[in-house]
Write a protein that binds this ligand. Structure first.
Ligand SMILES: NC(=O)c1ccc[n+]([C@@H]2O[C@H](COP(=O)([O-])OP(=O)(O)OC[C@H]3O[C@@H](n4cnc5c(N)ncnc54)[C@H](OP(=O)(O)O)[C@@H]3O)[C@@H](O)[C@H]2O)c1
Length: 324
């Protein structure tokens, strides 16, 4: 089978190669999946660059979320059979024609959804539900400001925020990205590369500020956003694609607001029951047709390095997938 191999850490275009490898064989409790789609995620970008909190030994095949058809099953696998359509998370190995997965972590794919669209649903919408409902307690009629709104998690925030009845302001770095945010339902947009995030948020909220702020990017954007939060607002700390910021605590006092950490992966370990219930809620919203995940671009397996390079350099809009 063909696989994308990382022999050393670095920029994807410099270190990833397309290679022929022997097909995987399922061990006890495992399945082999014929990969139909693999998500490009922030974790993959960090793994290839050697910047993630755990690193698989080199060489390794990156790719942490795949969907496809089960090809074969190992001993003790009861719930899943060859031919089943499944989606699963992996530590690595997804950017290949076949991937080895733990049967217990495979979920069935609803019949009416394609292999690419399902990717990222649990990751992005699970995070959005955790942030907006559990942590942010977003109420109908409140204003939600989303930073990094045209990314995978950001678009899910817009979609879910609208579903929860909020007025959504999307902030991103290009007008093309903001057009996609509008297509997802954003009521207002701010270009934070060319505009003034604090001033425009204040203007769009009649001076009172945003009730809930989803900070997916950090860096230089966090402070102006916090300065535009409403009295009793909730500032949700979600990601640091632009770097880890330091914030003046007096702003928290002045606005009597809350700064809340959102750690969806950590919740899976610390609060497994809450996490499971949340994921079930995502599945049920998906089954009821209430969520609108979309794939904005598909790359061939051979172009995985290019896809990761586009992702790292902010050329990606929305969600992209690899299709072996
Ligand atoms: N806390 C949690 O539970 C949780 C769960 C899932 C993901 N996350 C985190 O959320 C973040 C976003 O994930 P995602 O899947 O939405 O990623 P994504 O699709 O790449 O979106 C991230 C956005 O960050 C913005 N950005 C700003 N500065 C950037 C820079 N220097 N490099 C790259 N992007 C930059 C980009 O938008 P603009 O160009 O418009 O600025 C991009 O659209 C990641 O840090 C991820 O680890 C956290």
């Amino acid at each position: 089978m063909k696989a994308i191999v990382c022999h050393k850490h670095g920029a994807p275009l410099d270190v990833l190669t397309v290679e022929d490898q022997s097909n995987p064989v399922p061990g006890r409790g495992q399945v082999v999946i014929d990969v139909k789609a693999a998500a490009i995620t922030y974790v993959d970008a960090l793994l290839v660059q050697g910047m993630y909190q755990y690193l698989p030994p080199l060489p390794f095949v990156p790719g942490t979320e795949v969907s496809g058809i089960v090809k074969s099953v190992g001993d003790s696998v009861e719930r899943i059979s060859a031919g089943d359509r499944v989606v699963t998370g992996l530590l690595s190995g997804g950017f290949a024609e076949q991937a080895l997965a733990e049967a217990a972590q495979c979920r069935p794919l609803p019949a009416d959804i394609d292999f690419g669209t399902i990717l990222g649903v649990q990751y992005a919408y699970g995070t959005a539900l955790n942030a907006l409902q559990l942590k942010g307690q977003l109420q109908k009629g409140e204003t939600l400001l989303v930073l990094g709104a045209a990314g995978g998690v950001g678009l899910a925030m817009i979609d879910l925020g609208k579903m929860m009845g909020a007025r959504v302001i999307a902030a991103a770095s290009t007008d093309e990205k903001l057009a996609l945010c509008r297509a997802y339902g954003a009521d207002e947009t701010i270009n934070y590369a060319t505009g003034d995030l604090k001033k425009e948020t204040k203007e769009l909220t009649g001076g009172s500020g945003a009730d809930v702020i989803c900070d997916i990017v950090g860096g230089e954007y966090s402070e102006p956003a916090l300065r535009a939060i409403a009295w009793h607002g909730r500032f949700l700390v979600i990601g640091f694609t632009a770097g880890i910021p330091k914030l003046p605590l007096n702003l928290v006092l002045l606005k009597c607001c809350r700064v809340i950490g959102v750690n969806t992966g950590g919740m899976l370990l610390k609060e497994p029951e809450t996490s499971l219930n949340m994921m079930k809620q995502v599945d049920s919203l998906m089954a009821d047709g209430k969520l609108n995940p979309r794939v904005s671009k598909r790359y061939a397996l051979e172009n995985t390095a290019q896809a990761l390079d586009d992702f790292i350099n902010r050329r990606i809009i929305g969600k992209v997938v690899i299709e072996p």
